[in-house]
Design a protein around this ligand. Structure first.
Ligand SMILES: Nc1ncnc2c1ncn2[C@@H]1O[C@H](COP(=O)(O)OP(=O)(O)O)[C@@H](O)[C@H]1O
Ligand SMILES: [Mg+2]
Length: 429
């Protein structure tokens, strides 16, 4: 409105940077947000190093991506980087680099080089101690420290970006910064980070993302093996057919894809080691449920998002939900990319397929509990044909569930049991 008097009230840099440290990251999720940036920059290799040094520990996250120009680097260090995003880029808020880093450390340095021809390596630092002193959003160029020099060394041969975290006050509080406890703590966090990255980026690591090759991720020189919650190598899974839902998005509609999988029970897994490995960070029971992928990057791993409760009988049930970044608002993705909400329309559409999946998972669970007692002797079918008959039973149930309501389904099974009890038992209906 003409003549309206305005006052610019710029936020206090010192206060705001302090409060933005606590928006819900932990060490592994903060590192994962930086790996997002590396993947978006087209990297095929990402290395995470955790280095313990008495009173000088640091973390490096290095990649071989596109690197940044000087203006790009300055913009990258702005809280709320100004830029446009393509569909399915992993970034969104222009915050992750800063908020993720400062959730763990007080000094963030970005070292970057853009191309093999450009030998210049740029170094810019955002330091919370300086900001607290000056109360200004300033960054400084060309700082130096052993960690920064090591980072520059990585880029001497080839381009890419290295993010350096120093003054790790949240990781190693001062009184622990130089003793054995600190060393062990950093090692434990590195192990947790490996586990987290192997899970959230499993499709990228395995080369399952269309249009891009495998991304190698190493933590302290150890190459990560992808942790795929759906155990694609296992032969005894039941994979339900994919369901696709159209959901309204900004400027049109977008697809949400759902696929349920019943994992093999312990006795049907290829080996006990694989069964234990597939258990996941929170173990079988709490890893049941929905695995929600935003542009192929996992943002929720397990749980039923309020559709139902965790239940021991459903522990073999897992399902993937895929959405594209044009549904970010509908899914209410948060800055730390650690939580999403199912949009009400999706929630409604998922009720039935989730229920079907759980019926089959319950079945597989009960069957595994029974297996011990069956020997295949006394003229009954042999163990092998028993297994085959039960598989036929599962296939019948999966097919029936595709076209009937749950009460109808239960009634049909009851009729079959009544008419043909022996066969029903053999088919495990
Ligand atoms: N490893 C990297 N390689 C190239 N560019 C990067 C890298 N990390 C960050 N950037 C640039 O910095 C910007 C800000 O990153 P960030 O704060 O994580 O926000 P967002 O990822 O949501 O855009 C990115 O959009 C990108 O342009
Ligand atoms: Mg980012």
């Amino acid at each position: 409105m003409a003549g309206t008097k305005t006052f610019e009230v710029a936020p206090s840099a010192a206060r705001l940077t302090g409060s933005l440290r606590d928006i819900g990251y932990d060490f592994p999720t903060a590192v994962a947000d930086l790996v997002d940036n590396s993947i978006t920059a087209g990297s095929s290799r990402v290395n995470v190093y955790t280095q313990f040094e008495p009173n000088g520990s640091y973390v490096l996250i290095s990649d071989d991506g596109s690197g940044m120009t000087e203006t790009g680097l300055i913009e990258a260090l702005r809280f709320g980087s100004r830029r446009d995003y393509q569909t399915n880029e992993l970034g969104r808020f222009g915050l992750g680099l800063k908020t993720g880093s400062f959730s763990q450390c007080r000094k963030l340095t970005v070292v970057t080089r853009t191309s093999p021809k450009q030998r210049v390596i740029r170094v810019m630092t955002l330091d919370l101690n300086r900001i607290a002193r000056t109360d200004r959003w300033d960054i400084t160029a060309n700082e130096s420290s052993p960690a920064i020099e090591r980072a520059k060394g990585f880029l001497r041969e080839s381009p890419g970006t290295v993010v350096v975290w120093e003054d790790l006050d949240r990781v190693l509080p001062e009184r622990y910064a130089e003793n054995g406890w600190g060393r062990r703590r950093l090692r434990t966090l590195a192990a947790k980070t490996s586990e987290h990255l192997a899970m959230v980026f499993h499709r990228f690591i395995a080369g399952d993302v269309a249009g891009r090759g495998e991304v190698v991720i190493c933590v302290d020189d150890e190459k990560l093996r992808p942790w795929d919650p759906f155990a694609p190598e296992e032969g005894e899974r039941t994979v339900l057919s994919e369901q696709v839902f159209e959901v309204e998005a900004e400027g049109g509609s977008s697809e949400v894809r759902f696929r349920g999988v019943v994992l093999p029970s312990r006795d049907r897994f290829s080996s006990l080691e694989e069964f234990e490995r597939l258990s996941g960070p929170l173990k079988w029971n709490r890893q049941q449920g929905l695995y929600i992928y935003r542009a192929n990057r996992l943002v929720q791993h397990g749980g039923w998002s309020g559709l139902r409760g965790i239940d021991e009988h459903m522990k073999l049930a897992r399902a993937s939900i895929d959405f594209d970044t044009d549904l970010d608002e509908a899914f209410q993705i948060n800055v730390a990319k650690m939580s999403v909400e199912l949009p009400p329309a999706v929630r409604q559409m998922l009720e039935r397929p989730v229920q079907e999946l759980c019926v089959l998972a319950d079945d597989a669970y009960r069957r595994s509990a029974n297996t011990g007692g069956r020997t295949g002797s006394n003229g009954k079918p042999s163990k092998a044909s028993e297994t085959a008959l039960r598989d036929v039973g599962i296939a019948i149930k999966a097919a029936m569930l595709d076209g009937t309501s749950l009460p109808e389904f239960r009634a049909a099974i009851a009729t079959l049991r009544e008419r043909n009890p022996e066969l029903a038992e053999q088919l495990d209906l």
